[in-house]
Design a protein around this ligand. Structure first.
Ligand code: ADP
Ligand code: MG
Length: 255
């Protein structure tokens, strides 16, 4: 897929579910190589936004563009192929081992088709060894090197969040969408994951869109922050400025 860093343009995106307008003319740009936080109260539309960015939901209006591609109306698989990967607010792991989850995440990188894979042609075997090496690196990166053959469902919650992150990284993305990566974690786990997110940015050079409620974490990681309230962008800017923005304070305090 595309290795050139590109801006992700969200332009006038509206999503309606019956009478509910989950996103209302949402516009902002995610600049390449940044950590861009998206915050807002529950129900603000953050997960819906990720579902639009990955083309799981189709916007009623507006467009999402990345590297000269219009993502709206693309198949989710094609969006993944452009190098956009996500994690889930509610973990959606496959009923297999940690390594198996990483392999599934990696699958869209496989050059060989499913027929070749089914027949176990020599090229595929060679590719499998390469895949294995690749997922070992992923496991190392997310701190699960000694858990690769454990069933993901048997891991503690915090480790399952790491598997989800590794699964997304295994797709070799340029843009990583993280939906509440530290929700439900202990303070100790939070700082570990925070460090991991920083490393995806600094060592892997990824652009990160971070949906998160943990404000200290957002303040510590993000260069830019967009605030959603009832599906509408009420502010975009540096986290420090955002924190003292009266509209943001009102949205959070329910003023
Ligand atoms: P957040 O992630 O910010 O908490 P969501 O994007 O999950 O918010 O939800 C935004 C709004 O859209 C909520 O009112 C939610 O109930 C609604 N919503 C989200 N997904 C669906 C869906 N698939 N069908 C109907 N309503 C939905
Ligand atoms: Mg959500």
């Amino acid at each position: 897929h595309l290795r050139q860093p590109s801006t992700l343009h969200v332009d006038g995106v509206t999503v309606r579910f019956g009478a509910v307008t989950a996103l209302n003319h949402v516009s902002f740009d995610v600049e390449p190589g940044t950590i861009h936080a998206v915050i807002g109260p529950n129900g603000a539309g953050k997960s819906t936004l990720f579902n639009v960015l990955t083309s799981v939901y189709r916007a009623s209006e507006g467009s999402v563009r990345y590297a000269d591609h219009e993502l709206t109306g693309m198949r989710p698989h094609a969006v993944a192929g452009l190098g956009i990967a996500r994690t889930f607010q509610n973990i959606e792991l496959s009923h297999t081992t940690v390594a198996g989850n990483f392999l599934l995440g990696r699958h869209q990188q496989m050059r060989q088709g499913t027929v070749a894979a089914a027949l176990r042609l020599p090229g595929v075997r060679r590719e499998e060894r390469e895949q294995r090496r690749a997922i070992e690196k992923i496991a190392e990166f997310v701190g699960l090197r000694d858990r690769m053959d454990v069933l993901a469902s048997e891991l503690p919650y915090g480790d399952q969040k790491r598997v989800d992150l590794g699964r997304a990284l295994a797709a070799d993305p340029s843009v990583l969408l993280l939906d509440e990566p530290v929700a439900g974690m202990t303070r100790h786990e939070r700082s570990d994951i925070s460090a991991l997110i920083r490393r995806t940015h600094e060592e892997l050079g990824l652009t990160v869109v971070l949906v998160e409620h943990d404000m200290p974490l957002v303040m510590g990681l993000a260069q830019v922050c967009t605030v959603l309230d009832f599906g509408t962008v009420i502010a975009t800017g540096e986290p420090r400025a955002i924190r003292s923005n009266p509209a943001v304070i009102e949205a959070y305090l329910g003023g």
